[in-house]
Design a protein around this ligand. Structure first.
Ligand SMILES: [Zn+2]
Ligand SMILES: [Zn+2]
Length: 280
């Protein structure tokens, strides 16, 4: 059985990532409203009933905006460290608060979630690898630099939501004030397109089938530019750009290296004989 993944929104206006295996799923960050989560999941055929927990990477509002309402409405446990909870000022039901530690796996049924600490200008920031059936999905956004942890976990993944926040030249020549430019590119902000590309080129595994470029800046990047940049180096990896405005389709991730297909392609090939497959 494959792991199913989707971005419900990605960018400084809100982040929410879905990973499921069978009837169990987790959300990493809920930076859009509960209503938008429900609406977008329904549009791509995902059920809220599958969601077993929410994991919070850090307290910036684009990662937590919808957490209180969603957790309360569906009685979902929220995995968040004490420092992040304090900085977030969220009011969560005490019996739904769970903590975690860096490099210690949390098990939820058949899903395993491994948090690891990384560099970002927040109180206690983490990224996550969500695994099931030996398939590993990275959710790596809001990364100041590619530290040893990011590299170590990136190497394991079959699919990654990877930040490609800004094009260096667009940021440098753009309208942002100097202090903001420094904050973004200063090692505790965000990854540039080329920093992400370097990580992908130097540290990807043979089995990475999907790279979902995430958390693109509205002002200092363009989806077309970043897609082209990565496609030039993609090999067998499917390159997807997650939108700031709507959800991606659901992608099915398997263990097979050459098994690069979207859900709609998977449906299509189900009805084809092996002899017909070579037409594709
Ligand atoms: Zn963010
Ligand atoms: Zn952030």
């Amino acid at each position: 059985m494959s792991v199913r993944i989707a971005s419900l929104n990605s960018g400084s206006n809100g982040n929410c990532y879905y990973v499921s295996y069978g009837s169990e799923a987790v959300l990493v960050d809920v930076g859009i409203s509960c209503r938008e989560v429900e609406k977008r999941m329904a549009r791509i055929g995902l059920s809220m009933q599958t969601v077993k927990a929410i994991f919070i990477s850090h307290e910036h509002s684009d990662h937590i905006r919808g957490v209180e309402v969603l957790s309360k409405k569906y009685q979902l446990p929220v995995y968040i460290t004490p420092a992040t909870l304090k900085s977030s000022r969220m009011i969560l039901r005490p019996d739904l608060i769970r903590s975690f530690r860096s490099d210690e796996e949390v098990q939820l049924g058949n899903l395993f979630v491994k948090p690891f600490s990384k560099r970002h200008d927040a109180a206690d920031p983490y990224s996550f690898v969500v695994s099931a059936n030996n398939i590993h999905i990275g959710v790596f956004t809001d990364i100041g630099s590619c530290c040893a942890n990011v590299i170590r976990y990136f190497k394991q993944c079959h699919a990654v939501f990877l930040e490609a926040n800004y094009d260096k030249e667009m940021l440098e020549s753009g309208m942002y004030p100097y202090h903001l430019k420094k904050r973004i590119s200063g090692g505790h902000g965000h990854l540039s397109n080329h920093e992400s590309l370097e990580l992908f080129n130097n540290h990807r595994s043979d089995h990475i089938s999907h790279l979902i470029l995430s958390h693109l800046s509205k002002d200092n990047n363009s989806p077309e530019l970043v897609k082209q940049l990565f496609e030039n180096h993609a090999g067998h990896t499917k390159i997807v750009v997650a939108s700031r405005y709507y959800e991606t389709e659901v992608h099915e991730i398997t263990q097979a290296t050459s098994h690069v297909m979207t859900l709609s392609q998977a449906r299509m090939t189900t009805f084809l004989q092996p002899s017909q497959l070579k037409l594709f």
